[in-house]
Design a protein around this ligand. Structure first.
Ligand code: NDP
Length: 492
C-alpha cells in the first residue's frame, strides 16, 4: 500500500510525522488505497523555502520555455488519462465517465496555459507629451500557494498550477487531505515534464497545520484557494492582513429557473444532471429549481421519476450514473440536511435515505433526493448541501422567480429554461451569478473561458480563460522619454 510523500526541492520525501490517516475508497470502505502522513509545519516551511530558492531561476526562464514544460505536462496527462481517471474514481467516488471528463478539462487547461506563455503581452500607450510613450509588462509574483478541494482533485490543481508556472511563479501545492493520490500523480507528471527542482512543491498535510503554515509564510506572495466559505473567508482575512494577494472560489447554491414555455424534457434531464451528477458534489451543482406554478406539478413528478431511475453504484462500473459521497463526514452532512428539510416542513418527494443493497452497503451512497414546496427561508434553500439533494421552490411568475433565484448569499452559476428571448435576456441581465447558462445545466465550463463567482462565492480575479494569468502576475508600467532633454511641463 502506498504511503503518499511530499515533493520538496525536486525530491520525494516521506513525512516524519506520526499523524497518519488512510485514503479510503468511498464506494467500498473496506478498500484502503494508501496511507497519508500529515506533513509537519517544518516540512511545509521547507517546501516554501525550496520555492523561494527556485524563484530567481524560474523567473528568468523565458515564458515560452516555461510554457513548453506545461505543454509537455498536458501531453503526459493525455498519455496517463485513463490511469488518472481510475485513481480519481477510486479515491473521490465520481463515475469513470465523470473522471474522464475532468481529465479532459485538465488537459485542455494545461494546453491553453502553455499557449498563453507566448501571449504574455503588455500594451503600448501613447503619451500626452511629445516623444514619450508608456508600456506595460507582466511580471511574476514570487512564491504562490495553491490550496485545493477534493471534489475536482485533478482539474482544480491544474487550473491553478499551470497558469502560476507559466507566469513565472514557483508553487507550493496543498491538496485536500481526502485526495492525495491524484495530487501525487499530478506532481509526478510535472516532474516527468521537466519542472526544475523547487519550482513545484507538494505538501500533503492538514489544512489547519501544513496549510496554515504555508498561507501564513511571509514569503508567500499570493494564495489561490478553492473550497468552502468557512475556510475561505478565514484564509482571506489571514492572508490579506499581511498584504498578500488572495483569490477565493467558494460555495454555491445554484438555481435553475424553469418558465412555463420551457422544453420540459430538456429542463428535467438538465436539472437531474446538474443536481445529481457527481453526487451533487460540484460547486456548480444545481441545488434549487425555481419553477413557475403552472408547470410545477408536472416538473416535480418528472424529476422524481428521473431521480428514482438513476443507477447508483461504484463509479468504476460503466452502468453507474451516480457514485457515493466522498467520505463519512460528507455523507452524514447530506443525511443531516435531509432531516433538516423534513423538519422545516418541505415535502420529501423521493429519496431521502441512504442507498443500500446490491453492494451499496459498504459505500457512502445517498439516494437522489427531491424536496418540493421548499420556501426561500428554509435551510435547504439557503445552505450548500453538497449532495444529491434538489429543492424545488415554486414561483407565481417570472418576477417572483428572479427574486427567489437571487435570494442567496452565493453567486456562482445559474441557468434558465425558456424559449422567450425577452425573458431570457432579462434573466441574463438580472441574475446575480458569475456564470449563467441558457437551456443547459448550471454545471460545466471550458478551459479558454473565465470561471468564477460573485457575491459570497468569489473573491479576486477569475480563474481560467483570458483572465487565468491576471492573478499570478503584477503589472508594471514603464514610461519612456526619448527626447533626450529635460521634460517641459509636468504630468499629473
Ligand atoms: P475546504 O474548505 O474544507 O478545504 C479546501 C482546502 O483548504 C483543503 O485543501 C483544506 O485542507 C484546506 N484548508 C482547510 N483549512 C485550512 C487552513 N486553516 N489553512 C489553509 N488551508 C486550509 O473545502 P472542501 O475540500 O470540503 O471542498 C468543498 C468546497 O469547495 C465546497 O464548498 C465547494 O462549493 C467548494 N468548491 C468551489 C469551487 C468554485 O470554483 N467556486 C469549485 C469546487 C469546489 P484539508 O483537506 O486538509 O482540510
Amino acid at each position: 500500500m502506498q504511503t503518499y510523500r511530499n515533493f520538496i526541492a525536486g525530491k520525494w520525501v516521506e513525512s516524519t510525522s506520526s499523524k497518519t490517516a488512510t485514503n479510503i475508497n468511498p464506494a467500498n470502505t473496506d478498500e484502503t488505497l494508501g496511507t497519508i502522513k500529515q506533513a509537519t509545519r517544518d516540512e511545509a516551511r521547507a517546501a516554501v523555502e525550496a520555492a523561494i530558492e527556485a524563484f530567481p531561476g524560474w523567473r528568468s526562464t523565458p515564458a515560452p520555455a516555461r510554457g513548453k514544460i506545461v505543454a509537455k505536462a498536458a501531453r503526459l496527462l493525455e498519455e496517463y488519462k485513463e490511469e488518472l481517471a481510475r485513481i480519481l474514481t477510486s479515491e473521490e467516488g465520481k463515475t469513470l465517465a465523470e473522471s474522464r471528463g475532468e481529465l479532459q478539462r485538465s488537459i485542455n487547461v494545461a494546453e491553453f496555459c502553455a499557449g498563453e506563455s507566448r501571449r504574455m503581452n503588455g500594451e503600448t500607450i501613447p503619451s500626452e507629451l511629445p516623444s514619450n510613450f508608456a508600456y506595460t509588462i507582466k511580471q511574476p509574483l514570487g512564491v504562490v500557494a495553491c490550496v485545493t478541494p477534493w471534489n475536482f482533485p485533478v482539474a482544480i490543481p491544474v487550473w491553478k498550477i499551470a497558469p502560476a508556472l507559466v507566469a513565472g511563479n514557483t508553487v507550493v501545492f496543498k491538496p485536500a487531505s481526502l485526495t492525495p493520490a491524484t495530487a501525487v500523480r499530478i506532481v509526478e507528471i510535472f516532474e516527468e515534464a521537466g519542472i526544475p527542482p523547487g519550482v513545484l512543491n507538494l505538501v500533503i498535510g492538514s489544512g489547519s497545520e501544513a496549510g496554515d503554515e504555508i498561507i501564513g509564510h511571509p514569503a508567500v506572495k499570493a494564495v489561490s484557494f478553492t473550497g468552502s466559505n468557512e475556510v475561505g473567508i478565514r484564509l482571506y482575512e489571514q492572508v490579506s492582513r499581511r498584504g498578500a494577494k488572495v483569490q477565493c472560489e467558494m460555495g454555491g447554491k445554484n438555481p435553475v429557473v424553469i418558465l412555463e414555455d420551457a422544453d420540459l424534457d430538456l429542463a428535467v434531464e438538465s436539472t437531474a444532471q446538474g443536481a445529481f451528477g457527481s453526487s451533487g458534489q460540484r460547486c456548480t451543482a444545481t441545488s434549487r429549481a425555481v419553477v413557475i406554478n403552472e408547470i410545477a406539478d408536472e416538473f416535480v413528478e418528472r424529476i422524481a421519476r428521473r431521480a428514482e431511475s438513476m443507477r447508483i453504484g461504484d463509479g468504476m462500473d460503466a452502468e453507474t450514473e451516480m457514485g457515493p459521497s466522498v467520505d463519512e463526514s460528507q455523507f452524514k452532512t447530506v443525511l443531516k440536511y435531509i432531516d433538516i428539510g423534513k423538519e422545516d416542513g418541505a415535502t420529501l418527494v423521493c429519496g431521502g435515505t441512504r442507498a443500500t443493497g446490491n453492494g451499496l452497503d459498504k459505500g457512502y451512497f445517498v439516494k437522489p433526493t427531491v424536496f418540493d414546496h421548499v420556501t426561500p427561508d428554509m435551510r435547504i434553500a439557503r445552505e450548500e448541501v453538497f449532495g444529491p439533494v434538489l429543492s424545488v421552490l415554486r414561483a407565481r411568475d417570472f418576477d417572483e422567480a428572479m427574486q427567489i433565484a437571487n435570494d442567496t448569499e452565493y453567486g456562482l452559476s445559474s441557468s434558465i429554461f425558456s424559449n422567450d428571448a425577452a425573458r431570457i435576456f432579462r434573466f441574463v441581465d438580472e441574475i446575480e451569478t458569475g456564470m449563467t447558462h441558457i437551456n443547459s445545466p448550471t454545471t460545466g465550463g471550458e478551459a479558454h473561458i473565465p470561471f468564477g463567482g460573485i457575491k459570497g462565492t468569489g473573491i479576486g480575479d477569475r480563474e481560467q480563460g483570458s483572465t487565468a494569468l491576471d492573478f499570478y502576475t503584477e503589472l508594471k508600467v514603464v514610461y519612456v522619454d526619448y527626447t533626450g532633454r529635460k521634460r517641459e511641463g509636468n504630468l499629473y
